[in-house]
Design a protein around this ligand. Structure first.
Ligand code: M6R
Length: 611
C-alpha cells in the first residue's frame, strides 16, 4: 500500500527520496510523487511507476534539503496524475502526503465546499490538508496546533507528513493506524513507512506511536501526543542488513525468497530448538505459558497467507494440545460481534505486522479482555507492539508481494508454540515430542532437496502455463497447503485457481473437471494417503490432468498422475512446511512464463494498511 519517504537535513532531499520510494515499490502502488522545499515548494507527480516520475522531473529544479515523497495505492479516486500525492493546500503554502483512509472525509469536504473551497483531486488527503489549513487560518495558530485540532476530528487511519513554505526548517508528521519510522542521523532525519529506505543512512530509529505528532528539524525530533504533551522517543537499533533488501543476483525477489527458505527456517529455529537437550526455548511464549496451557479455546486471526498458516496451526494445536482452535479471517472477526470468553487465547499472525484488518481485530479482542500472542515477521511493527506476548518469525524482509518464506517461518513458529503448550499440558509423549523436534530440525535440509528440483518444477510449470483454471486439493494437514498453492498461483499468474479439501470435490467442483483442467494434489504419504489416491482416480476417470506433490519414491501416485513434484518424506505434522515449496515454485515459473511482474502483481499491495 502507499509508501511514504521524507527527508530533512544537509543532503539534497530528492535523491534520498527517489531511492527510498524505489525501496518501497514492493508495497504496491499506482502513482508516485515528490515535493521539495527550497524557498518555495516544487511538486512533481505522475501516474505509474517511480521511473515515470523520474522521467517527468528530468531538467526540472530539484534543489532542496527538505522534501516528501509518496507512492500511492489508489483508494479515493482512480490512479492519475492529479490524484497522486503530494497535494498542495488551498494557498499552495503547504504540501502533504498521506497513507491510510480518512473515513469522515465526505462531511468534511461538504463543510469546506460550503465555505467556497474547490478541490483539484478526488482524494480524502486533499480534504484533510484543506481542513488543516482552514483551522490554522481561522484560529490564527501554528500549523502544529492546527494539525492537533484537525486530527481530533478525523475518523480513520493515517500517516501524514507536511511541509510548510513558511517554516522551511521543519517537517510535521502524525500517525494513527498506519506505520511510520523515523531514522535519526547526524543533523538529519529520514521518515519512511518501513525501515528499508532508511537502513543505508542510519540504524537508529524511532517507531512513532498512534496519536503522536512528530515535529522534526535537522537536529531535533520532538514527539507529542494530541494533548500537546511531550513524549519520550524510544530509540531502537535496526537489526537489518542492506543485502537482505536487494536481489543479490536472483531474477526476482520472490525467487530469492523461495530459495532463502532453508536459511530462514534455520534462523527461525536457531536459539530456540536445542536438539541435544531436547528443549524449545521461546521466552515470549514461555512467559505466558500458564495462560496458554489453561486456555479453554484458542482463536487465530489473520488474513491471506497468514490465515492459511493459522489453518495448519489449527490442525497441529488440536492434535498435539487437545485445545479447541477456531481460525478467523480478521476482516470478518472485526465486524461481527465475536464472542471472546475469559480464558480464550488469541493468536494473531501477520508477516508485515501492519495489516489493518488484523490490527483492528486485535483491538476488538483486547476490548473483551483477551490475551494476544502475535506471530509477526517485521520487528517493531504495529502488531508486534500491541500484542501482549509474541514470537518473531525471523524470516528477514520479504519484498515479493507473494508471501513465501514468511509462510514457512510462520508454520515453523506455530509448530514450536504447539509443542511447548503440549509439553506443558502433558498431551504429548516424550518420544513423540523428541521425534517432532528432530523432524523440525531436518526441515532446512529437506527444503534444500526440493529446491534442487527447481528445473523439473519449471518444466511442469511451462507445460500448464496456458491453463485458464486450476484446482488444488489436499486433505488434513495438506488442505491448507492446497489453499495456499491456489492463492500463490492466482496472485502471480492470474490463473483462476481454487483450493478445496479433496473430499469436498465431489460436492461441486468435480463438475469443472475435463481434459483442460489441471488438478494439483498435495498427496504426500500421511494418514489420508489411501483416500487421496481414490480422489486422484476420480479425477483421472474424468480426464482431468493431475499434478501431484508426492513423497519421494511414491510409486502408486507417480503411475497415475500426469506429473509429480516429489518432496522428501516427513511426519505429516511437519510436511506442510516442505510440501508448500514446490507450489511456490510452480506459481513463480508460471507467472514468469506468462511475462508478469511476479514481485509486484497487479492490484496487490504487500502491506494492506487499509481495510
Ligand atoms: O502481512 P500479513 O501477513 O498480515 O498479510 C496478510 C495478507 O495480506 C498476505 O498474506 C497476502 O495474502 C499475500 N499477498 C499472500 O501472498
Amino acid at each position: 500500500m502507499c509508501g511514504i519517504v521524507a527527508y530533512i537535513g544537509h543532503r539534497q532531499a530528492y535523491p534520498v527520496i527517489i531511492k527510498g520510494l524505489k525501496r518501497l515499490e514492493y508495497r504496491g502502488y499506482d502513482s508516485a510523487g515528490v515535493a521539495l522545499l527550497n524557498h518555495n515548494i516544487k511538486l512533481y507527480k505522475k501516474k505509474g511507476k517511480v521511473a515515470n516520475l523520474e522521467e517527468t522531473v528530468l531538467g526540472q529544479d530539484l534543489e532542496g534539503s527538505v522534501g516528501i515523497g509518496h507512492t500511492r495505492w489508489a483508494t479515493h479516486g482512480e490512479p492519475s496524475d492529479r490524484n497522486a500525492h503530494p497535494h498542495f493546500s488551498a494557498t499552495g503554502k503547504l504540501a502533504m502526503i498521506h497513507n491510510g483512509i480518512i473515513e469522515n472525509y465526505a462531511p468534511l469536504k461538504q463543510e469546506l465546499i460550503k465555505k467556497g473551497y474547490r478541490f483539484k483531486s478526488e482524494t480524502d488527503t486533499e480534504v484533510l490538508l484543506y481542513f488543516i489549513e482552514e483551522i490554522q487560518s481561522n484560529n490564527d495558530c501554528t500549523l502544529e496546533e492546527a494539525l492537533r485540532i484537525a486530527l481530533k476530528r478525523v475518523v480513520g487511519a493515517y500517516v501524514i507528513v507536511l511541509i510548510d513554505q513558511d517554516h522551511p526548517d521543519m517537517l510535521l508528521a502524525a500517525r494513527k493506524g498506519s506505520p511510520l519510522v523515523i531514522g535519526i542521523g547526524k543533523g538529519e532525519h529520514f521518515l519512511a513507512s518501513d525501515a528499508t529506505p532508511i537502513i543505508e543512512y542510519t540504524r537508529e530509529v524511532v517507531y512513532v506511536n498512534d496519536y503522536e505528532i512528530a515535529i522534526i528539524k535537522p537536529d531535533e525530533l520532538v514527539l507529542k501526543n494530541l494533548g500537546n504533551e511531550r513524549q519520550t522517543p524510544f530509540i531502537q537499533k535496526l537489526d537489518l542488513e542492506l543485502a537482505a533488501i536487494e536481489k543479490n543476483g536472483y531474477a526476482h525477489f520472490m525467487l530469492k525468497e523461495i530459495f532463502e527458505q532453508p536459511h530462514t527456517i534455520y534462523d527461525c529455529l536457531r536459539g530456540r530448538l536445542d536438539i541435544g537437550q531436547g528443549v524449545i526455548t521461546m521466552s515470549g511464549i514461555q512467559n505466558n505459558l500458564e495462560q496458554m496451557k489453561n486456555a479453554s479455546r484458542i482463536l487465530i486471526i489473520a488474513c491471506g497467507t497468514s490465515w492459511h498458516a493459522g489453518l495448519v496451526a489449527e490442525y497441529v494445536i488440536e492434535d498435539l494440545c487437545r485445545i479447541p482452535v477456531e481460525v478467523e479471517y480478521a476482516s470478518e472477526f472485526r465486524y461481527r460481534n465475536p464472542i471472546v470468553h475469559k480464558g480464550d487465547m488469541i493468536i494473531a499472525i501477520s508477516q508485515s505486522g501492519e495489516t489493518a484488518d488484523t490490527l483492528v481485530a486485535i483491538e476488538r479482542a483486547k476490548e473483551q479482555g483477551a490475551v494476544i500472542l502475535g506471530v509477526v515477521n517485521v520487528v517493531g511493527s504495529s502488531i508486534s507492539r500491541v500484542s501482549h506476548a509474541g514470537a518473531y518469525t525471523h524470516a528477514g524482509p520479504e519484498i515479493g508481494v507473494a508471501s513465501t518464506k514468511a509462510f514457512t517461518a510462520q508454520l515453523t513458529v506455530l509448530t514450536m508454540v504447539a509443542l511447548l503448550i503440549a509439553k506443558e499440558r502433558k498431551t504429548i509423549s516424550n518420544d513423540r515430542y523428541i521425534q517432532l523436534l528432530n523432524e523440525l530440525n531436518e526441515v532446512p535440509e529437506k527444503i534444500k532437496r526440493v529446491l534442487d528440483n527447481a528445473a523439473h518444477i519449471k518444466e511442469v510449470a511451462l507445460k500448464y502455463k496456458d491453463a485458464l483454471n486450476a484446482l488444488f486439493l489436499g486433505r488434513g494437514y495438506n488442505f491448507p497447503i492446497a489453499l495456499e498453492g491456489a492463492l500463490k498461483l492466482k496472485e502471480i499468474s492470474y490463473i483462476h485457481a481454487e483450493g478445496y479439501p479433496a473430499a469436498e470435490m465431489k460436492h461441486g467442483p468435480i463438475a469443472l473437471v475435463d481434459e483442460s483442467l489441471p488438478v494439483v494434489f498435495v498427496a504426500t504419504k500421511d494418514s489420508f494417503y489411501e483416500k487421496i489416491v481414490s480422489n486422484i482416480q476420480e479425477i483421472k476417470a474424468r480426464k482431468g490432468k493431475v499434478i501431484a506433490v508426492v513423497t519421494e519414491g511414491d510409486q502408486v501416485i507417480s503411475e497415475m498422475a500426469d506429473d509429480v513434484l516429489p518432496v522428501p518424506e516427513a511426519d505429516e505434522l511437519i510436511a506442510p512446511v516442505i510440501s508448500t515449496v514446490p507450489l511456490q515454485l510452480l506459481a513463480y515459473y508460471m507467472g514468469v512464463a506468462k511475462g508478469y511482474d511476479v514481485d509486484k502483481p497487479r492490484n496487490l499491495a504487500k502491506s494492506v494498511t487499509v481495510e
